[in-house]
Each structure stands twice: as structure tokens, then as C-alpha cells.
Design a protein around this ligand. Structure first.
Ligand code: MIC
Ligand code: SF4
Length: 815
């Protein structure tokens, strides 16, 4: 089944004209990223030469993708939007809620019973509102999207940071929080600060042990986890065109680990081959006709320095396989240096488990290359030393690799094949013995290796590498093994060397699948009732957050001064907590339980300012909430790195934290905080972080005149009577300040109203106090809904709401 043909056809028909207009205004040759961005401006967005890293721009993405763990919150919010159907093609993918334990079959049965309520909820919401639904077992969102929906020149957003994977097929695909997805699904413009552009020129050609994964491992080492923040990374050059489309997907996927807004590649033969192999020859045909618009203008790649804000060059012919980690994906070590580094840093050398697959690396090419190594185990009389697991990215890949004998090959080395799902990548791994918290090493082909992420054990040293290298290291059972130079001793006592991996970019016999696991939506969803059991501990209907009280914030307590890395995994842990993603109050019990307290270096132990006692973070925050006291969280660099999960913003909001004050933010998290009505602030002077003491009390001043580019003041009351004032910067634009004032973006857009067709314990309060910004903005937001109403897709409620928003705004303007 080919999805979205009409939509793609329309876009391709419009692209040449849109790009020509943009080129005129920008007045210079365009990069691919600019072409895609400029051809996806929202109809109400004025075309101008936008300032990179400066202008806030309204876009109209072509589609939305959501995975089960984030879709719950996104769809709970969407249900408040009063729409009868999603405005753009959207899908839900059940992949995060499956625990990897015994093996694919049993694990899936377990997940289907344990998370039945959530899957049923997602399935019926999808059915009602017109979303495509991919059942548990169908595959991991990004692989399924690449196989079915991604197309060159398109723009999509997804409620998962690795949505960027679709850049492998020439898209601009961006990870966002659920509230952003709601905007697009409701037909509203989607706002993004126009990104900066980083160009990566790939020369030479991949060969031997080196694979596409090593490109991004190297880039991560160069740019670090925050080097891509606010930027799109565009890859080009002979090295780019000579690699496979799925290899490009891997590179784009892990662009999330350098904080990049997204990454992308120009349309080329590898993409055409992939489209054809995945049953989309028609899309390839259409793309071929507008080819020159699906890559940068030739001048750009000839003189990249003139068109990109930063250019990096990597020679693939010389690139060494890399191993990144532990605990951070940007600690890049070439394989030839690993032994030395391990000895220096005390990394355990014995590899306990090698894990391949995930959304990052489970293409046919990856699996076939890894299998070529597994085959050598028997052929060379070796024995695999470490445990070995595979999580295929989709049922299509799994079915095809089984047909082609690779699963059999892996089984022969004692591998365990888990369900087509996230599993160990996101801590959904019932790893035997992890609770003993022993120091140990694992290697995987996933993308993230933050502390505790895979198995919940903070002492697991996780390293990221290509599937090929992971397989070789699992066979050797030794982190210091360099397959390029070292030999292994086989069962007969002989020294043998592994041959470099070989494989097929695409299956010779084509892809095949029996049941891809897709469920299309009902034609008329109006009669479908979405039920939320009021007694459920998995799902909870959302109550709108309270609007801002109209004055400066006073007497805030310090909840935690987080030390060092504080990713979304530290703020809202995954693993066993994933099951509460649809229940805000329950998931709030994991707030910041992974963060390190600066003052005692302990995890999940902070001082309760009311009692002086140390307790768990959520408990202390609940005590402040019960006492009606607001609080503040202080953090280090790149706070909120990692996931798109908006729970990391909603939980503190729900529990009464008022401001997050850090040295710097990761992009998605900063937006999520703003969307949920929180104050996301940065130290104007980073050294002020050192001024914060454990028992400080804070005032936030300047909120009554809160405006773009005008810093706020934080008054710190130390317990010794000393008072200090520091400056806090912010990046709120006018519209975002309205979100803060209204209590959340959802409130500000007048979306929170009783939920049509939803059985819920208490009706949500209408947001009487929501103040839409200026008339212009409100009408702008309302317009698409008006259009939809004409098409009779929006019910009366939506029409009424549109009028209400416009009327209120008009009234406000008169005042
Ligand atoms: C991840 O890789 O961290 C996740 C789990 O896919 C997240 C989404 C989530 O937390 O649900 C992401 O990357 O956005
Ligand atoms: Fe799933 Fe891991 Fe990919 Fe996130 S990075 S979508 S958890 S496989």
C-alpha cells in the first residue's frame, strides 16, 4: 500500500514555484534544507529572507508521526482541541511499551495484555480522528516511517527525537513534544526558529569495517552533544551519494545526539532504489521529475563555506570504525585506541552483551553485514563469548531477514531475537541480574547510552557502535578487540582473523511481509467513543494548567541544583516508568529521580526546605505543592538533552515547579517547557550557577513586563541574610509569552474545552482566562479551522471556538 500519493503529488507540483519565489527573496543559491523549509511555509507566513537562528517562522508540515509512549499525552491534548479529524496525515506506532525478556513472541503476548488499555485507547483515538495505527509488533516508528511515509523534499514532525531518521530519504523531519504535534494535527501553523545550517562534506567511500554509523559517531565526537543545537545538518558529496539510503537514515537518526534540529541528504539514486524496493516506485517517479528541487543548488555544494554557517569535511576512505561512550554518545574513540582508553579510564573490558538493531541500525544492509560476521563463527571454529540480541526495526525487515536465513545464522551463535520494538534501547529490557548493579560493559548499535538507560543499572558501561563492530566485539567478548588488526583464538587453539563484513544494501529477492500490522482509520469516526476509565492508573484525562497569576513570582524554594548531565532520561526516566506516560499524576512520581544533587552528589535525595530533611525529589516537590509554595530547578549545560518527551516539562509543571534556570537548554525540551507554561530561563552569566546555595529562596522579577529579548531578574535570598540579584535570559517571543500567561500553549489557543466524545470523570474546565495574543495572531490560528469547517470536517464546537477566540482577541485589542 502506498500512502499519501495525492499529498506528495500536490507538493511536488507546487515546489518549483515556491522555491523560485524563495530564491528571489533570499537572493542567492539555496541549500536543500532551505528549499524544504521555504516550500513548507504556512499560508499565513509572509515570505522573507529569514534570519538563521533568529526568526521565528510558521510552517505547515506534511505529516505527523507519534509513538505509543508520547502519543498518549499528545492525543489526550488533541482530544481537547475540538477537531473531528486530524488536519494532516498522522500515524501512531506501538513500539515503546514492549518489554524485551524472553523473545519476540512471548514478549509481544505479554505487552498486549499488560498495556492493553493503552493500546486500545490509542487504537480507538486513531480510529476516531483519522490516524493510521501501527499495532504492537509492527515495528519501531522511525523504521516504519522510512519504509512507508518518508519522501524526498517532505517535511514532517514527530513526537520522538529520532523522527530525524527520515532525513535519510531527503526529508526535513523534526522531533517535537506532543503539544507541537497537536498544533499541526489541528491545522494550526507550527512554529520553529529558522535553523542555522551545518554542511558536512563526505569525500571518499565507505569500505571494509567502516559503516555509515561511523560517520555520525565521528561527527558526534567533533560537534559534541550540543554542537548541533538549533541547526540542520546537511550532508553532501561523493561519499554521501555512494552510501545506501538506510545508511543515510542511520546518520540522520543519531543527529539527535548532537542536538541538531534535524539532518538531511539530497535526493539521489540510493533513495530512488530504496523507494522502489519498498513498493513506492510511483513516488520515485514523481521525485525524479522534480529532482533538481530535491537537492541543493549546484553552487552550494561547490562552495559550501559561502552557504553554510559551518562546514565539516570527512574522508570516508580514511574513516576508522568508532566506539562511542560510555554514558554519553559523543565520547568518540577510534577502534584502534579503545584498548588504551579503556585501561586509562577503567572501562570493564569484558563485553557481557552485544545488542544490534533498534530504530538506528536495523536495515537489511545492517543485518546482512552483521550476519556475515556471525557466519564466520562456525566457519572459523569460534565461539561467541558475549550474549547477543537483535531487535529488528520493522516486521517487514524481520520477515525478510528470516526468509533470507539471517535469523537462523544469528540463532546459531546463540542470539535472542526480541520483538520489533524499542526494547533494550529504552530500558524495556528485563536483563537478568541488572538489579545487582554490578559494573559491566555492553555494546550496542542504538543511539543513546546515558547512564541507566538500557537496563536501569547505573554501573552498566554502554558503548555505541555499528552493528558490524558490535557483532565482532560480542564474538570476541573483549572491548579492546580491534577486528582490523587483531586475531582470535578458536576452539582448536588456532589464531584466526575475522574477514571484513559484507552484505546487501537491499534484499535481492525484494522485501516481503505477511502482516505488516497496520490498521487504517474508520471512514466516519464520529460515533466512536473513546473511554478513559476514571480508576485507571495508566490513563488520566488532562486538566488545563492554571493561568499565570499576573504578578512576579516570590519565595520560590530550590527543588534541586542538578549537577552535570541532566537529560530527559534523568528528568523523567523511561524503563518501568513508560507505562505511566498517559497518566500525568502517576508519572510525576519520577520527577528528576535520575538527576544528581549538586550539594550531596546523591541521586534522588534533596533537602526539603520546609523540614530540613532529605527526601526523594518528587516527595519534596509534592510537599511544596501541598504547602502552596512554588519552586525552581537549577541545571547545568544542555539541560533536557535527549528525548522529546514532554512529560519532562509537564511533570514539574503539574507538581508546582515554576521556573527552570540553567546554563543552556536542549531545543526540544526548551520548547516543551514553554508550551506547558513553564519559565525556561538561562543564566546570563554562567558563573552565577555557583551562587546558588541549597537553602536559597528566589523571587523572579520582571514578569509583569515580560517581553521578547528583555531579561528577567532573579533575586536570591541566602539563609545568611545576604541578597544577590542575577540576570536570567530567555528566548520567548510574543506568542510564547502568551502561552506562559495563559498557563500553557493549549490554554492560549483556546483549545481546552470539554472533550467531545470522551467519557471522563470530570468535565475539563473551559479556559475562561485564556488570553489569545493579538487579534492578528488569533485570527491567524483560527483560519485553518475555518477552512476545515467549510469542508464540514470540523464540528459545531470547533466553529464556535474559532469565533470565541477571534471575538475575545478583538475585544482585547479594543481595550
Ligand atoms: C528515546 O529514544 O529516548 C525515546 C524513548 O524514543 C524518546 C521518546 C520518549 O521518551 O518517549 C525520544 O527520543 O524522543
Ligand atoms: Fe525506540 Fe530507541 Fe529508537 Fe527511541 S532511540 S525510538 S527508544 S529504538
Amino acid at each position: 500500500m502506498v500512502f499519501d500519493l495525492d499529498m506528495i503529488k500536490k507538493l511536488y507540483a507546487a515546489i518549483p514555484g515556491r522555491i523560485a519565489k524563495a530564491r528571489k527573496v533570499v537572493n542567492k543559491p539555496l541549500t536543500l534544507s532551505e528549499k524544504i523549509l521555504y516550500s513548507h511555509l504556512h499560508s499565513d507566513q509572509k515570505l522573507e529572507a529569514f534570519g538563521r537562528g533568529k526568526s521565528y517562522v510558521d510552517f505547515a508540515p506534511d505529516r505527523v508521526a507519534m509513538q505509543d509512549a508520547t502519543a498518549q499525552m499528545a492525543l489526550l491534548q488533541f482530544m481537547s482541541a475540538g477537531r473531528a479529524k486530524v488536519a494532516v496525515p498522522s500515524t501512531v506506532h506501538c513500539d515503546h511499551l514492549i518489554v524485551a525478556k524472553v523473545g519476540a513472541k512471548d514478549d509481544l503476548v505479554n505487552a498486549n495484555s499488560e498495556s492493553k488499555e493503552v493500546f486500545d485507547f490509542l487504537s480507538s483515538v486513531s480510529n476516531k480522528y483519522g490516524l493510521g495505527f501501527w499495532k504492537p509488533g509492527a515495528g519501531i516508528i522511525h523504521q516504519v516511517v522510512l519504509e512507508n511515509y518518508a519522501f524526498p523534499g517532505g517535511m514532517m514532525i514527530g513526537t520522538d527525537s529520532h523522527t530525524v531518521n527520515a532525513g535519510g530519504l531527503g526529508m526535513v523531519a523534526i522531533g517535537v513534544g506532543g503539544a507541537d504535534a497537536v498544533d499541526v494535527m489541528a491545522g494550526m501553523p507550527w512554529e520553529l526558529k529558522f535553523p542555522k545550517l551545518i554542511g558536512v562534506k563526505l569525500t571518499g567511500k565507505l569500505n571494509g569495517w567502516t559503516s555509515a554509523k561511523d560517520v555520525i559517531l565521528k561527527v558526534a565526537g567533533i560537534l559534541t552533544v550540543k554542537g548541533g543545537t538549533g541547526a540542520i545538518v546537511e550532508y553532501f558529496g561523493e561519499g554521501a551519494t555512494s552510501m545506501s539510503c538506510t545508511g543515510k537514515g542511520t546518520i540522520c537518526n543519531m543527529g539527535a545526539e548532537i542536538g541538531a534540529t534535524t539532518s538531511t541528504f539530497g535526493y539521489d539514486n540510493s533513495m530512488e532504489r530504496y523507494l522502489i524496493a519498498t513498493g513506492r516506485a510511483e513516488v520515485a517517479k514523481m521525485a525524479n521529475k522534480v529532482k533538481e528541487h530535491l537537492t541543493a543548488d549546484p553552487e552550494v555544494y561547490k562552495n559550501p563555506e559561502q552557504y553554510f554557517d559551518q562546514v565539516i569535511e570527512i574522508n570516508l576512505s580514511e574513516l576508522e570504525p568508532h566506539l562511542n561512550g560510555p554514558f554519553t554518545p559523543d565520547l568518540a574513540t577510534p577502534i584502534s585506541k579503545v584498548k588504551e582508553e579503556a585501561a586509562k579510564n577503567g572501562w570493564p573490558l569484558k563485553v557481557e552483551v552485544g545488542l544490534i538493531g533498534s530504530c538506528t541500525n536495523s536495515s537489511y544492509e545492517d543485518i546482512s553485514r552483521a550476519a556475515s560476521l556471525a557466519k564466520q563463527v562456525a566457519n572459523k571454529g569460534l565461539k561467541t563469548k558475549a550474549m547477543f540480541t537483535i531487535t529488528p526495526g520493522s516486521e517487514q525487515v524481520r520477515y525478510t531477514i528470516e526468509r533470507d536465513g539471517f535469523i537462523d545464522t544469528f540463532n546459531k551463535i546463540g542470539a535472542k531475537v526480541f520483538a520489533n520494538a524499542c526494547g533494550p534501547c529504552i530500558g524495556m529490557w528485563a536483563r537478568v541480574g541488572a538489579d545487582r548493579k554490578e559494573k559491566n560493559t555492553i555494546v550496542h548499535s542504538f543511539n543513546r547510552n546515558f547512564q541507566s538507560r538500557n537496563d536501569g543499572n547505573p554501573n552498566t558501561y554502554a558503548f555505541v557502535a555499528s552493528p558490524e563492530l558490535v557483532t565482532a566485539l560480542a564474538i570476541a567478548g573483549d572491548l579492546g578487540f580491534n577486528p582490523l588488526t587483531d586475531t582470535l583464538i578458536n576452539e582448536q587453539g588456532q589464531q584466526v582473523k575475522l574477514d571484513p563484513p559484507t552484505g546487501d544494501e537491499l534484499p535481492k529477492k525484494g522485501f516481503d511481509v505477511k502482516d505488516p500490522g497496520y490498521q487504517g482509520p474508520a471512514k466516519d469516526g464520529s460515533k466512536i467513543e473513546v473511554k478513559i476509565d476514571p480508576g485507571s492508573d495508566r490513563l488520566q484525562a488532562l486538566e488545563p494548567f492554571k493561568p499565570w497569576e499576573g504578578k512576579d513570582l516570590a519565595r520560590l524554594r530550590l527543588l534541586i541544583k542538578a549537577k552535570g548531565k541532566c537529560t530527559t532520561d534523568h528528568i523523567s526516566m523511561a524503563g518501568k516508568w513508560l507505562k505511566y506516560r498517559g497518566h500525568l499524576d502517576n508519572i510525576s512520581n519520577n520527577l528528576l529521580i535520575g538527576a544528581t544533587n549538586f550539594f550531596n552528589e546523591a541521586i534522588n535525595s534533596v533537602r526539603n526546605g520546609l523540614t530540613g530533611q532529605y527526601d526523594e525529589v518528587p516527595k519534596v516537590q509534592r510537599a511544596y505543592k501541598a504547602a502552596g509554595i512554588g519552586s525552581i530547578v537549577v541545571g547545568d549545560e544542555n539541560y533536557g538533552e535527549g528525548s522529546s518527551r514532554e512529560h519532562a516539562a509537564m511533570e514539574p509543571r503539574h507538581l508546582g515547579v515554576r521556573a527552570i534556570l540553567v546554563k543552556s537548554f536542549a531545543r526540544i525540551h526548551e520548547t516543551n517547557l514553554k508550551k506547558q507554561g513553564m519559565l525556561a530561563l538561562t543564566f546570563a552569566n554562567k558563573a552565577d550557577y555557583d551562587k546558588i546555595r541549597e537553602d536559597d529562596i528566589f523571587d523572579v522579577k520582571g514578569l509583569t513586563t515580560f517581553s521578547p529579548e528583555k531579561p528577567l531578574t532573579i533575586v536570591i535570598h541566602h539563609s545568611d541574610g545576604k541578597i544577590e540579584e542575577i540576570t536570567a535570559n530567555h528566548t520567548y517571543n510574543k506568542n510564547q509569552i502568551e502561552w506562559f500567561k495563559a498557563g500553557s500553549a493549549l490554554n492560549a489557543m483556546g483549545k481546552s474545552r470539554p472533550k467531545p466524545g470522551v467519557a471522563k470523570p470530570k468535565a475539563a474546565k473551559p479556559v475562561a482566562k485564556a488570553k489569545p495574543a493579538a487579534k492578528k495572531k488569533a485570527v491567524k490560528k483560527a483560519k485553518p479551522a475555518k477552512k476545515a469547517a467549510k469542508k464540514k470536517v470540523v464540528k459545531k464546537a470547533a466553529k464556535k471556538a474559532v469565533k470565541k477566540v477571534a471575538k475575545k482577541a478583538a475585544k482585547k485589542k479594543k481595550k
